[in-house]
Design a protein around this ligand. Structure first.
Ligand code: SAH
Ligand code: SF4
Ligand code: F3S
Length: 469
């Protein structure tokens, strides 16, 4: 591992490992098995961070549980991207006051993006006296040290206003057995005018390619079949590397060579940085799924400009054209925001027309939410809340129709499906995904879990497909 100040000092990581060992010994000496519960909000990056928190907890001798009532440590890993994420979190944390009153040794911790905002974190810390521990996104690797203090009944507040570093060699407890998240870069430099992420995740910093590739090779050895490479803007991967420079397209080609890995996905791509080099790499690498999440956010150039997105409607459509020229069957998905402050009804019509033109497989639609400290915070609204809601409903109805039409084309087709496990709602049904990332339910033996199977699609549901081997 190259040592520069982007990386956390290895001596610091070693110190945390020693603390984990010490806590583990203490926990093993207790008469009762210690349990921990981690609750995650937000994006895939947060899911991956939670897997690290769980990895550290296991190393410290905790057994993981989903039940808050029986846990000795409860950690909320939070999201700040929209206001309702914050409201939900406060409701859930507030509701645990009675548990802490019943069991004074219970450690309740809050970490992640929401509490990387120092003022919000401090207000929570003051208001909810039953919170034992608050730490931001940049303090994740120090969790063992912070937890040790909290276990000794000291209230801990650790939010550092820094650009962030990279911490390697943190234990990970993965949620899945056959597919894994692999964070390849942290932070974001784009400062889209509505977005809080650059403020809570710090500046863009890429992991060294060898660290990424070693992690994926180890995953392949452990039987993992699919990896999703994560970053807020994976297309700018490598731009900040000083030695062993590698672009995202080159990284994809290297991952494609790793034996045992059968599927590669990645998220998220920023349209302004999606290069021809990357389109070629995607098209040429057999393991890279022909599926792409390419958020467009708005269809009107006025709105895109006010959002500071650095591309136009025309250049977005041209990128889509180039992608489909090389990969005609690619499944495209996107994010879109309705009701950005400057958005007029005419602007919104352009969002609808873009959706009709591109015909995404699926769309993640959000109503704009004002975020403190962002440029858009100060912008006055053109449309009323009622008008925004009506536009939102129209967009959702349009997309549902398109998604259904695209799903209908799957009927009768036979496709390779990676069987991921049992269905969460019905244990007698297996669940897998197509290359295009659509969920398929099918009957079959549990021994198929983790294998790639040819499945014939027999029925189209709203959010999934049914099939048979
Ligand atoms: N880095 C990724 C995604 C970041 S957050 C990207 O650039 O695409 C995921 C999505 O949340 C964004 O794509 C955007 O559509 C939405 N989002 C971000 N900030 C928002 C806000 N203030 N209000 C509503 N939606 C927002
Ligand atoms: Fe937010 Fe824009 Fe960065 Fe995505 S690219 S995380 S939307 S600032
Ligand atoms: Fe939310 Fe942080 Fe992800 S704000 S969307 S959890 S990067």
């Amino acid at each position: 591992m190259a040592e520069n100040k982007i990386h956390v000092d290895p001596a610091e990581i070693l110190k945390q490992q020693e603390i984990m060992q010490a806590i583990c010994i203490e926990n093993k000496a207790k008469s009762k098995q210690q349990k921990a519960c981690v609750i995650t909000y937000g994006c895939q990056q947060n899911e991956n961070d939670s897997e690290r928190i769980k990895g550290m907890l296991q190393k410290m001798g905790y057994e993981l549980t989903d039940e808050r009532e029986i846990a000795d440590v409860i950690i909320f890993n939070t999201c700040a991207v929209r206001e309702n994420a914050e409201k939900k979190l406060k409701g859930n944390v507030g509701a645990l006051k009675y548990l802490k009153a019943k069991r004074p040794n219970l450690v309740i911790g809050v970490c992640g993006c929401m509490v990387q905002q120092e003022q919000i974190a401090w207000e929570m810390f003051k208001k909810f006296r039953h919170i034992s521990l608050i730490f931001g996104t940049h303090g994740l690797y120090r969790f063992p040290e912070l937890l040790r203090k909290a276990r000794a009944n000291t209230r801990v507040f650790d939010v550092q206003n820094i650009d962030g570093q990279i911490a390697e060699d943190i234990p990970v407890k993965r949620d899945d057995k056959f597919k894994a998240w692999v964070t390849i870069m942290y932070g974001c430099n784009n400062f889209c005018s509505y977005c809080i992420v650059p403020f809570v995740r710090g500046r863009e910093r890429s992991r060294n390619p060898e660290d990424v590739l070693d992690e994926i090779k180890a995953l392949a050895k452990d039987g993992y079949k699919e990896v999703t490479l994560l970053g807020q803007n994976v297309n700018s991967y490598g731009k900040d590397l000083t030695e062993n420079k590698m672009s995202f397209a080159e990284l994809l080609r290297e991952v494609n060579k790793i034996e045992g890995i059968e599927r590669i996905r990645f998220a998220t791509s920023h349209p302004k940085d999606l290069s021809d080099e990357l389109i070629s790499a995607m098209a040429e690498c057999d393991k890279v799924c022909k599926q792409l999440h390419l958020p467009f956010q708005a269809g009107s150039n006025n709105t895109l400009k006010a959002m500071n997105r650095s591309y136009t409607r025309e250049s977005y459509l041209e990128t889509v054209r180039k992608i489909r020229e090389k990969m005609p069957d690619i499944a495209l998905t996107s994010d879109v925001i309705v009701g950005f402050p400057t958005e007029t009804n005419e602007d919104f019509e352009e969002t609808l027309s873009l959706v009709k033109e591109v015909r995404f497989d699926n769309l993640f639609t959000f109503i704009y939410s004002k975020r403190k400290g962002t440029v858009a915070e100060k912008m006055p609204f053109v449309l009323s809340g009622k008008e925004i809601q009506e536009n939102f409903d129209r967009l959702v109805a349009l997309q549902n129709e398109i998604s259904r039409e695209i799903n209908d084309t799957y009927l009768g087709k036979t496709l390779p499906v990676l069987i991921e496990g049992e269905s969460k709602t019905d244990k007698s049904v297996l669940q897998g995904r197509t290359e295009s990332n659509k969920v398929v339910n099918l009957k079959g033996d549990n021994s198929l879990i983790g294998s790639m199977q040819n499945v014939r699609i027999t029925e189209i549901r709203t959010w999934s497909l049914n099939g048979e081997l």
